[in-house]
Design a protein around this ligand. Structure first.
Ligand code: NAD
Length: 251
């Protein structure tokens, strides 16, 4: 498939688990992918691997918890590539704790990365999408934003905000040809999940057993869904929150 030939895609958190799979998938289908991450070396390693595979990618380091870096990131991407046709707001952090356990810093940082960055990045890319007659935005929410798991209040509330943000943006910008959707993954095998497993003393096999499908998900499976939502194969999908969980219910 070559669904992104001639398109430019900006992927946040592209140096991480799901983000690197999304970057690879979009590039394999013809996009020039701008891989961005606070981890400069990680973002460049992903872009370099894409180029080594014969596809097109570049990297820009940015801490998207800072509004100024969000705007600088989009300006740099536009200056280098001329457009951003697809924005994938994938970066996220998971700081655990109930309301009494979580620190104020962790609460603030969670919202800065998981939702405020989407506000700034969308404001930066939408005007040129409107000028070009449309575009696609895919946000990463979470199953936990729809059905909260216990002990993660900041993460869950921030992801619920991502879901509402997605629906609001979709309603406001569908008339301009900009489609906005969100993916809501369940347990996906990434560095974020590995860190959570270590903290809890559980194993991957324990998590596999919680999923009716028999195993947790792979980053590439989320990437395939993101690519579909961002592509012209999904022209009437706008404002959707798509769960990808292997039929797991949050317990
Ligand atoms: N792994 C799961 O089970 C799971 C489930 C549901 C939702 N998600 C969501 O999927 C997305 C990707 O998660 P993942 O599991 O690949 O996590 P990950 O930790 O493996 O990767 C996240 C990436 O985001 C980057 N990042 C973090 N803070 C940043 C900042 N301030 N500026 C720029 N980049 C920053 C990290 O450096 C990292 O490369 C997140 O939004 C996460 O909440 C993950």
């Amino acid at each position: 498939m070559n669904r992104f030939q001639g398109k430019v895609a900006l992927v946040t958190g592209g140096g991480g688990g799901i983000g690197s799979a999304i970057a690879a998938r979009l590039a394999s289908e013809g996009a020039h992918v701008v891989v961005t991450d606070v981890n400069a070396a990680g973002a460049e390693a992903v872009a370099a691997a894409i180029r080594a595979g014969g596809h097109r990618a570049s990297s820009i380091a940015a801490d998207i918890a800072k509004a100024a870096e969000c705007h600088a990131l989009v300006s740099q991407a536009l200056a280098a590539q001329g457009a951003v046709d697809v924005l994938v707001n994938n970066a996220g952090i998971n700081r655990r704790g109930n309301i009494m356990a979580i620190s104020e810093d962790d609460w603030d940082q969670t919202f800065a990365v998981n939702i405020d960055a989407m506000f700034h990045l969308c404001r930066a890319v939408i005007p040129q999408m409107m000028d070009r007659g449309g575009g696609a935005i895919v946000n990463t929410a979470s199953q936990w934003g729809l059905h909260p798991a216990p002990g993660h209040i900041a993460y869950n509330v921030s992801k619920a905000a991502v879901a509402s943000f997605t629906q609001n943006l979709a309603r406001d910008y569908a008339p301009h040809g900009i489609r906005v959707n969100a993916v809501c993954p369940g347990e996906i095998h990434t560095p974020m999940l590995e860190a959570g497993v270590k903290r809890s003393g559980r194993t991957i096999a324990d998590l596999d057993r919680l999923v009716p499908f028999g195993r947790i998900g792979k980053p590439e499976e989320v990437a395939a869904l993101v690519a579909f939502l961002a592509s012209d194969e999904a022209p009437f999908m706008c404002g959707s929150l798509v769960e990808i969980t292997g039929a797991q219910a949050v317990a």
